[in-house]
Write a protein that binds this ligand. Structure first.
Ligand code: FAD
Length: 358
């Protein structure tokens, strides 16, 4: 860590959909690359979390990736992994708009300085900034719920974040945990090769005929309400229910969506319920979601008694220098886009004296 910190008006953390959108709007509104703003990204290459998604995830299986501002997504190829195509698109985007991205640079801690600036400590160097746009997503924080006996299990346990495709489950008995889109998608893939699959969810899954804009808006509004009240965000998809895609309908017809409530404990060779039911298993696949990757903000003490950070739109209610984008209601590609624009508009109003604004 260098003794002399670099300095920028705005530091953006993360170069996924949200961080790139912020970068675009910062450039467009006159922040100079380098002294005006910099984007610090923990990954080795472009793509944000998309570069890590399992190779069998194709673009025809995702909810839809919204274009970044100013450059349309090239015609999609349904046969190629989404990870490859999104990473290639982001790489072109970064070059086209000449965004000042430094990688791999992982931010370890952000602190407030007595002079009103923010100190951004990374695994390479240190930055000071007048404002911070945090766009770190969730991929680096897979959520593993605790169940008794978990460490006694002799088989393999993995999370959605570790999944690379169904091949390794051939002939195995697999328990899939989780009620979200990823759980159902991985269940569909694994069930084509596994000896047996068992699906467990905490709540009875709700199915939706289709994912219309109204449903999306209602879900976003609920998450927005939660974070304005200082509660943890939960996921946007979590409140919409599962969409009955042709793939999901087929799974249901094959009888693979007969879910059980989550087991009460894990044994060395399976999962068990208090009523005496037991399912033998070789693999437990935890499709139990992710949490916002905000550990590096802990020194700022933003988290309140509600367990979350109280938000006012994209701005942290208690600290106008800090915006969280791709967080809570904006944790989708379209939400991340808009949040990037909103955050930049508000930060510009904060940093640039009114007389200088056009
Ligand atoms: P990310 O893409 O996660 O980018 C975060 C970036 O921050 C990464 O590059 C990471 O390296 C960096 N970073 C993290 N921590 C640090 C740190 N401490 N220091 C420096 N850099 C850091 N949304 C949709 O709209 N449509 C879909 O079809 C869709 N499918 C999804 C499928 C899956 C399996 C999942 C998990 C999510 C899906 N989403 C989808 C939601 C998706 O997460 C968002 O849409 C969006 O891609 C997230 O963008 P982001 O910029 O917020 O985060």
């Amino acid at each position: 860590p260098g003794v002399h910190p670099h300095s920028a008006d705005v530091v953006v953390i993360g170069a996924g959909q949200a961080g790139l959108s912020a970068g675009y709007h910062l450039r467009r509104t006159g922040f100079a690359p380098g002294t005006g703003f910099v984007i610090l990204d923990g990954d080795d290459g472009p793509g944000g979390a998309w570069q890590h998604r399992w190779p069998t995830l194709r673009l025809d299986r995702v909810h839809g990736i919204h274009d970044l501002p100013g450059l349309p997504f090239p015609p999609a190829d349904a046969q190629r992994p989404a990870a490859e195509q999104v990473s290639a698109y982001f790489a072109t985007y970064e070059r086209t708009f000449d965004l000042p991205i430094r990688r791999p640079v992982r931010v370890r801690a952000v602190r407030s300085r007595p002079d009103g600036r923010l100190d951004v400590h990374t695994d390479h160097d240190r930055w000071t900034a007048r404002a911070l746009i945090n766009a770190t997503g969730t991929w680096t924080r897979p959520f593993w719920p605790h169940y008794p006996g978990r460490s006694s299990f002799r088989g393999r346990q993995l999370h959605t974040a570790d999944y690379r495709g169904p091949q390794e489950f051939a002939g195995r008995r697999v328990v899939v945990v989780g009620g979200g889109t990823s759980a159902v998608q991985l269940l569909a893939e694994v069930s084509t090769v596994a000896a047996a699959t068992t699906w467990v969810t905490r709540r009875e899954p709700r199915f939706q005929e289709e994912f219309g804009p109204e449903l999306g808006r209602a879900a976003v509004a609920r998450v927005d309400e939660a974070v304005r009240a200082g509660r943890p965000p939960g996921s946007v998809v979590g409140v919409t229910g599962l969409v009955l895609t042709p793939e999901v309908r087929e799974l249901r017809e094959r009888g693979l969506l007969n879910r059980l409530p989550v087991f009460d404990r894990i044994t060395p060779d399976g999962v068990a319920w208090a009523d005496g039911r037991f399912v033998p298993a070789d693999v437990i696949l935890w499709c139990t979601g992710f949490r916002a990757a905000l550990d590096h903000l802990a020194p700022l003490g933003l988290r309140g008694p509600g367990g979350g950070i109280t938000m006012d739109g994209t701005r942290v209610a208690a600290d106008e220098r800090i915006h969280l984008i791709g967080y809570g209601p904006s944790a989708s590609t379209i939400g991340a886009n808009r949040a990037g624009r909103t955050a930049v508009t508000e930060i510009r109003a904060l940093l640039v004296p009114a007389a200088a604004l056009d």
